[in-house]
Design a protein around this ligand. Structure first.
Ligand code: G
Ligand code: G
Ligand code: MN
Ligand code: NA
Length: 254
């Protein structure tokens, strides 16, 4: 309860910050996008990870203002990086199911993009497979509207949510992110490798981009290359880092 009250003031008190994890093209090793990940700097408890406070925020409804803050901050950061001489790459923001279900989510994103004069094509939303499976009509309508204006949507943690193939086909998404559990076990477990392989070939058939999550080893990179999955995210390349470090990674020639 105390933590919940603290969370209500976290935005106003400037206690939230964003880290950015690059998405890498494994062929060129260049950053092709970044994912914004929120952290809560609690004055007494130190850094509280999202796995602890996101569920709390979802229960209290605080998740909506938090993710609005994340969206605004991430878009402003991209403009800032551009001012600092970086090539711009799209920024991805995680959107929770609670937020996705808000009737006005589309309009609030449009309003923000207009206010910041931010190119919609540089914003990507990551929505978990399970979050997309509630109120399918609403989800499809929102995603279609977003696609119309150029905001792209990725399905996060794909492979863990049991969505049907026909639903997947009906969703206007641009990208599947293969859940890191499959990538983690890929080298040692032939079933996980088979699942990853199947997801990759299915994504290709459906014309979807694909990102492998949680890539930690050279061996996994080699397997992904063999499967012709060229986008990866994970500790092998970089953990989530502060904006200055992310800028460095984007401007470094690998
Ligand atoms: O960064 P870290 O590995 O600690 O993130 C843990 C989980 O928290 C991940 O599943 C990530 O998607 C989620 N997360 C991070 N930032 C946000 C956010 O702004 N909104 C939502 N819904 N989830 C987030
Ligand atoms: O659920 P989502 O994909 O949004 O979670 C992203 C989080 O996953 C990141 O914030 C990060 O902390 C975590 N993560 C990123 N790369 C790796 C990795 O290589 N290994 C593990 N175990 N976790 C990772
Ligand atoms: Mn994500
Ligand atoms: Na994920």
């Amino acid at each position: 309860v105390m933590l919940e009250r603290d969370l209500e003031n976290a935005i106003a008190n400037g206690q939230l910050r964003l880290l950015y994890q690059p998405k890498i093209d494994i062929r060129s090793r260049r950053t092709v996008g970044v994912e914004a990940l929120v952290r809560w700097q609690h004055p007494l408890l130190g850094t509280i990870p999202p796995l602890k406070f996101i569920p709390l925020a979802e229960k209290s409804g605080m998740i909506v203002p938090i993710e609005q803050w994340v969206l605004r901050t991430a878009c402003m950061q991209v403009k800032q990086w551009e001012l600092e001489g970086s090539e711009v790459v799209p920024v991805a923001v995680n959107i929770s199911q609670i937020h996705l279900m808000k009737p006005d989510i589309y309009q609030s994103i449009i309003d923000l993009l207009q206010e910041l004069d931010f190119p919609p094509s540089l914003l990507e939303l990551e929505i978990t497979e399970s979050a997309m499976m509630h109120n399918e009509e609403h989800v499809i309508r929102i995603l279609e509207n977003l696609k119309q204006v150029g905001v792209s949507v990725s399905m996060d943690d794909f492979g863990t949510g049991y969505s049907s193939l026909s639903y997947l086909q009906s969703l206007p998404i641009g990208c599947l992110k293969i859940d890191r559990s499959f990538i983690h076990k890929m080298a040692t477990d032939s079933d996980s490798r088979a699942i990853a392989e199947m997801i990759i070939s299915m994504a290709k058939q459906l014309g979807l981009d694909i990102v492998a999550e949680g890539v930690e080893t050279e061996e996994q990179v080699a397997m992904l290359r063999h499967l012709e999955c060229y986008n990866a995210q994970g500790y092998f390349y970089s953990k989530p880092v502060p904006p200055e470090r992310a800028l460095q990674q984007m401007t470094d020639i690998p």
